[in-house]
Design a protein around this ligand. Structure first.
Ligand code: NDP
Length: 326
């Protein structure tokens, strides 16, 4: 038996409870892992609270991230004792995930724990940090460099936003952070933001084209915020869009694309090929120091996951939540 969070749906009732589970709940996979840490991402909070149809198979162990030690692996990719990290691939949505002491996964989905990180640190980063890194890499590949100008980061106090700021700052970019919690300005400045703006400036309907300001944008918010960010991106700039905290809609015009040649780069972390994952994790382990990880992440036990998921949905959590599973 092992402890885990189980999401069950029966008619109209949807519930997530900590239970003693056995192996029969686990799904197909060639690798069994003893899970040490998982995380709470926005998507996990949606899965746990049932606010959005993230879980597509029931019963489900949520948790899109996990880090732990291989117990057994029937492929030649890993051996017992190896430390591994998992992000995405539908885990926690269609395949039982990280919020339990045991997981059974396909070895193709796993990457070795980067050498300079502990299992806990890898989960302090988790999907949020890894997605922020993918966004930063998209800016770099577009030729937006530290001397190109200001970078706007939206959803700044969230997991993706916090890491986007920390990574950009480490690389020498000038960052403007948009937030609904300006009272957290000291935290955002400690991560490396130069200026804090109220997210209200971006979250209401705006003009098709606004004054050019941003060389690049990392947006985890979507909706009007994303549209307004595109409208004020400088000629030839890039907007990396990865989230929908404000909304999934895109109520804008083509003006920034056809008149200013800006690029809207969609960032998906879930099905990203292994090569890109390894590149992103290598960069993360180079760029993030222990202090940043401690400043951004807060550890909670499995028993608090449901309460904290509710607060996360309400936008009341700053930075990242790491869940100690075993
Ligand atoms: P968090 O909940 O940690 O952060 C989201 C932040 O968005 C909040 O902290 C808040 O920041 C801001 N926000 C919340 N509600 C609103 C609103 N109504 N209008 C404007 N801003 C709002 O989530 P994550 O950082 O983990 O994820 C952010 C988004 O990115 C989510 O939508 C998530 O699903 C998505 N995502 C996508 C991935 C991908 O592969 N594409 C991977 C990871 C995440 P503040 O208080 O500073 O305003």
């Amino acid at each position: 038996m092992f402890k885990g969070l189980l999401v069950e749906k029966d008619g109209h009732s949807y519930q997530a409870t900590i239970q003693n589970l056995d192996d029969s709940v686990l799904m197909e996979g060639d690798t069994v892992i003893s899970v040490s840490y998982s995380t709470l991402n926005y998507k996990d909070a949606l899965a746990i609270t049932g606010k959005s149809p993230v879980v597509r198979k029931f019963p489900m162990i949520p948790g899109i991230d996990l880090a732990g030690t291989v117990i057994s692996c029937s492929s030649d990719k890993f051996k017992a004792g190896d430390e591994v990290v998992l992000n995405g691939f539908g885990v926690g949505e269609v395949h039982c995930g990280g919020l339990a002491q045991k997981a059974k996964l396909h070895s193709d989905w796993l990457i070795p724990l980067p050498k300079s990180l502990s299992v806990k640190q890898s989960m302090a980063i988790g999907t949020a940090g890894y997605t922020a890194m993918l966004c930063v890499i998209a800016l770099e590949k577009h030729g937006v460099l530290p001397d190109s100008g200001e970078i706007l980061v939206t959803g700044a106090n969230g997991g993706v936003g916090s890491y986007a700021i920390a990574l950009l700052a480490k690389l020498g970019y000038t960052i403007v952070a948009a937030t609904g919690r300006v009272e957290e300005s000291d935290y955002l400045k400690s991560l490396g933001a130069s200026e804090i703006i109220d997210r209200k400036l971006l979250s209401e309907p705006g003009r098709p084209l606004a004054k050019e300001r941003w060389a690049g944008v990392i947006d985890s918010v979507g909706s009007h915020t994303l549209v307004n960010a595109c409208a004020s991106t400088k000629y030839g700039g890039i907007v990396a869009a990865c989230g929908l905290a404000q909304g999934m809609d895109l109520p804008g015009t083509v003006a920034p694309f056809i008149l200013r040649g800006i690029t809207l780069a969609g960032i998906d972390s879930v099905m990203r090929p292994l090569k890109d994952r390894i590149e992103a994790w290598d960069r993360l382990s180079e760029l993030l120091d222990t202090k940043t990880l401690e400043d951004v992440a807060t550890e909670i036990p499995l028993s608090q996951v449901c309460d904290i998921a509710q607060l996360l949905i309400e936008g009341k959590i700053r930075g990242r939540i790491v869940v100690k599973v075993s």
